[in-house]
Design a protein around this ligand. Structure first.
Ligand code: PEP
Length: 254
């Protein structure tokens, strides 16, 4: 039995008072039931958010980290620094880091980051997913195979050590969500690949990310290989984040 996880990726949004207000509203109405919720604020808000959730079951995650333990890497933060904030998770290889932000991370760099996160006893949420051109060229499953194989070299593949997020690039922040069938096909493929890589495939949680909203969450979360969501835009309001969590709980208890 995989405990569903709904993680909010705040990206570079909110200011500190609004972040505090969001967490206060989330913690005031946490769903009762077998589900885990996490918030992933900008790194500068990790410590204050850790304090804001300290006496709750809410988990904390970073949006990225740097793979070196220390040194002359201006502007970066290490896995151990993230761990010091009491974070549980670190998102690694988000499509905005792969495709949008200046240095365009490749799979080798992403692999180093996943390994660094695990060494610091953080659970990486490794994001994989195809672009629109790759989907149209029917390369989706090949892209997933490649990104998993390259991203997970030398990594711990136990269910407690790793979360995968399937995030089709064309669905992130676009309002265009994968159909439940597209999500299930990709998730089932990811699980097969994890088994092939000798992972504890049945125990690893695989989240769907890409324009998840309260009104589309239930159908997607009901798919057998979907174990929760990585939520961007809809995680910035407590109402929609909590509604997605409740839809996930409802889908998983059917
Ligand atoms: C994301 O940033 O991981 C994401 C899925 O964003 P959105 O929900 O806004 O599409």
């Amino acid at each position: 039995m995989r405990l569903p996880l709904v993680a909010g990726n705040w990206k570079m949004n909110l200011d500190l008072p609004k972040a505090r207000e969001l967490v206060a509203n989330i913690r005031a109405d946490l769903p009762a039931g077998p589900i885990e919720l996490a918030v992933c604020p900008p790194s500068i808000y990790l410590f204050p958010m850790a304090k804001a959730i300290a006496d709750t079951d809410l988990r904390l995650g970073a949006q990225d980290l740097y793979h070196e333990p220390n040194g002359a890497f201006t502007g970066e933060i290490s896995a151990n620094m993230v761990r010091e904030t009491n974070a549980t998770y670190a998102i690694i290889g988000h499509s905005e880091r792969r495709h949008v932000i200046g240095h365009h991370e490749d799979d080798r760099m992403i692999n180093l980051k996943v390994r660094a996160a695990q060494q610091a006893e953080l659970v990486p949420i490794l994001c994989v997913g195809e672009t629109l051109a790759e989907r149209q060229a029917e390369q989706t499953l090949d892209v997933l195979t490649y990104q998993l194989g390259a991203g997970l070299i030398g990594c711990e593949l136990a269910g407690s050590a790793l979360v995968i997020a399937y995030e089709p690039v064309w669905a992130i922040g676009t309002g265009q969500v994968a159909t439940p069938e597209q999500a299930q096909e990709a998730h089932a493929h990811i699980r097969r690949e994890l088994a092939r890589l000798n992972g504890q495939a049945a125990a690893v949680r695989i989240l769907y990310g890409g324009s998840v909203k309260p009104d589309n969450a239930r159908e997607i979360m009901a798919q057998s290989d979907v174990d929760g969501g990585l939520v961007g835009g809809a995680s910035l309001k407590a109402d929609s984040f909590l509604a997605i969590a409740r839809e996930t709980l409802a889908a998983k208890s059917q």
